[in-house]
Write a protein that binds this ligand. Structure first.
Ligand code: GBH
Length: 452
């Protein structure tokens, strides 16, 4: 019998799943007509990706998808969040559709449904066709229309069966880290004006995709954006600290949240940008703020905030030396960030329904002599985060599901295969999958609907 601490039970219908992204797991980069993506190019640019790793093989999910579905089923997963690869569907970014590419996702969706696993599909998780980057990528407004054509192809093909859709994964990453001198493809350092243009185009394409899902997917489909806000957490849960943290959340996330959820860039933000503010055409803001059904939130960390006398009303505290982190310097465990982001999004932007579309960590996983991977740091991490998810549910914040990042160890962008985020270990030499201890804990949490 499972120990039942009744108050920790998740409601019936709460969705438990895991997430991946096309470039990070599929491999088969040059198979069946797939075109080049900016990440294929970036991987071949010396010094950009750890150890010169590429996405050529990755977890070979493109060929091993059946086995991976069985694995999910064995682990009791109820849902699978995956992304479709634009360069598989329209290899040149615009132009001819590659039937074989769409066929792959068609088989995947059927396989998931047969296994009783609900597909959650993301249209864009960073693998932009290189041909579009050659035209300026997200800086060039023509990308919006091209994205719409691609999205329509995917939604028309899968939308009779896929009910849950996400437009973009983490706009601040693929724009900010890709075009703003960050560690991601295409590795550019554009002007502030162009960066604002790129954000604006990404926002527009999000809104356009929302409309495409409404038009071409099944009538009960739901659609949303996946964001990764910087999450300020109150140092103490007192009214003064809560107020400071909420102010910080609103200010820090304004460039994305105000246009998308309120339909207008914040006046103070526009003023700050001056001549670098994005050019807004008639109708843009209506498209950008097209109503969505849910928000996907990716949570990896947070920052501590305290009230302050200065005009902003808050101060973000630096992490002191010795604050714990997992296998990457930015992976500072702040589990309550999960609770607070659900709460601020509801309070400040009226978000009624959300999913944690990613939460996870990289650890220094090793197989012991018996072949087990006893990833106790991830076990603890999972328990702490699921507890905060429960708190969000209990407080009626509209949290409807939790997706662990990731199902499998995979291509961790600029870190290549050196960092392992999976609940399932991948032996890249043999493509063997070995569930880690955290996967078995997750299975029990799912089976019981409780924090066991
Ligand atoms: C998610 O991004 C992604 O959606 C997923 O694809 C990825 O595998 C997962 O996280 C794990 O990283 O190098 O100091 O400039 C999370 C957001 C973006 C946070 C990259 C850390 C690197 C910071 N992450 N960022 S730095």
């Amino acid at each position: 019998m499972t120990v039942n601490i009744g108050k920790d039970r998740f409601p019936e219908g709460f969705v438990w799943g895991s997430a991946t992204a096309s470039f990070q797991v599929e491999g088969a980069a040059w198979t069946d007509g797939r075109g080049e993506s900016i990440w294929d190019r970036f991987c071949r640019t010396p010094g950009k990706v750890a150890a010169g790793h590429t996405g050529d093989i990755a977890c070979d999910h493109y060929h091993l998808w059946k086995q991976d579905i069985s694995l999910m089923k064995d682990l009791g997963m109820q849902a699978y969040r995956f992304s479709t690869a634009w360069p598989r569907v329209i290899p040149g970014g615009r132009g001819p559709v590659n039937k074989a590419g769409l066929d792959f996702y068609d088989r995947l969706v059927d396989g998931l449904l047969e296994a009783g696993i609900v597909p959650f599909t993301t249209l864009f998780h960073w693998d932009l066709p290189q041909a579009l980057q050659d035209e300026g990528g997200w800086v060039n407004r023509n990308i919006v229309e091209a994205f719409g054509v691609y999205a329509e192809q995917v939604v028309k093909r899968l939308g009779d069966r896929v009910k849950h859709w996400m437009t973009h994964n983490e706009i601040p990453c693929f724009i900010g880290l890709g075009y703003g001198n960050g560690p991601h493809a295409p590795g550019l350092d554009v002007s502030r004006k162009d960066l604002n243009r790129a954000y604006h185009n990404a926002f527009l394409s999000h809104g356009l995709a929302v409309r495409i899902v409404r038009e071409f997917a099944r009538k009960d489909a739901e659609v949303g954006l996946v964001n990764n806000p910087l999450i300020p957490v109150p140092l103490a849960e007192t009214p003064a600290h809560l107020d400071a943290a909420r102010k910080a959340f609103i200010r820090i996330g304004a460039n994305l949240n105000e246009p998308i959820f309120k339909g207008a860039y914040a006046p103070w933000w526009l003023e700050e940008q001056g001549a670098d503010a994005p050019d807004i055409r008639d109708g843009d803001m209506e498209i950008i703020s097209s109503p969505t059904d849910f928000l996907g939130i990716n949570v990896y960390s947070g920052v501590f905030v305290e009230p302050s006398e200065d005009p902003a009303g808050y101060r973000v505290l630096p992490f002191p030396k010795g604050y714990p982190n997992l296998a990457l310097p930015w992976l500072k465990p702040v589990p309550q960030a999960l609770y607070w982001c659900c709460r601020y999004y509801r309070e400040a932007y009226g978000i009624r329904k959300s999913y944690i579309t990613e939460a996870g960590c990289a650890c220094e996983d090793e197989r012991d002599e018996s072949g087990r991977i006893i990833d106790l740091a991830r076990v603890q991490w999972l328990r702490d985060h699921v507890r905060e998810a429960h708190r969000a549910v209990r407080d009626g914040l509209g949290l409807a599901g939790f997706f662990q990042w990731s199902l499998l160890d995979n291509f961790e962008w600029a870190e290549g295969y050196l960092k392992r985020f999976g609940m399932v270990y991948v032996d890249y030499g043999t493509q063997e999958r070995i569930p880690k201890e955290s996967a078995y804990l997750y299975k029990e949490i799912i089976r019981t609907g409780m924090i066991v």
